[in-house]
Design a protein around this ligand. Structure first.
Ligand code: ZN
Length: 204
């Protein structure tokens, strides 16, 4: 099982060119961009995403998440790939207005309920070909595949592990494809990592 309190949640930003472009950015050239979400932001399948009063623009970001199964420090891409314990659907919920205001994304990404995580699929996967779909009220908003990532999942894990040790139970969210959009109270948002994990959360 995913530990209820991973030591950290690491998220990759701007890992799909079409999503970077929709927010007026480009994918980073040589190195992935990453940030942390606090473990206190975690909720599970079925739990409510709570819109905070500080933001007028809370958005969904459906992502492929990986659960780390072994300690990774200065890991090669092959070792990093081998240390993945499971695949999960993740919604990296983001207060877009606050993200644009702040140079650090801690506030925009860190509210309670802003990291929704689906059931964990244990076992192996073809990391270079995983599809992720996000729906709001049953309508498809985002569809992407890990084959479109600027930086592959093993590359990202290896890169992160050269900066901070990844520990068993840690969660890495690997970036969102294009189509992010606003969530309103009463919405139901779903993230599906096809064949692996599903996540469904009401918004209030
Ligand atoms: Zn994200």
């Amino acid at each position: 099982m995913l530990s209820p309190r991973p030591s950290k949640i690491v998220c990759i930003g701007r890992n799909y060119a079409d999503h970077a472009k929709e927010l007026g950015n480009t994918v980073p050239d040589a190195e992935p961009l990453f940030f942390l979400k606090p473990p206190s932001s975690l909720i599970w399948n079925g739990d409510a995403i709570v819109l905070p009063s500080q933001s007028q623009q809370v958005e969904h970001e459906g992502e492929i998440g990986v659960i780390i199964g072994a300690t990774l420090r200065n890991a090669s891409e092959a070792d990093a790939a081998g240390a993945i314990r499971g695949i999960v659907a993740v919604n990296d919920v983001t207060a877009r207005d606050l993200q644009k205001k702040d140079s650090q994304w801690t506030r925009a990404k860190g509210f309670d309920t802003f990291c929704a995580v689906g059931e964990v699929h244990f076992g192996s996967a073809d990391l270079g070909n995983i599809e992720v779909i996000t729906r709001v009220n049953g309508v498809e908003k985002q569809r992407g595949n890990s084959n479109q990532m600027a930086f592959s999942i093993p590359f990202c894990l290896s890169y992160i592990s050269k900066i901070m040790t990844l520990e068993p139970g840690d969660l890495v969210a690997t970036g969102t494809p294009a189509g992010v959009g606003r969530l309103s109270s009463g919405d139901v948002v779903e993230v599906e990592v096809v064949g692996f994990s599903k996540l469904r959360n009401p918004v209030r």
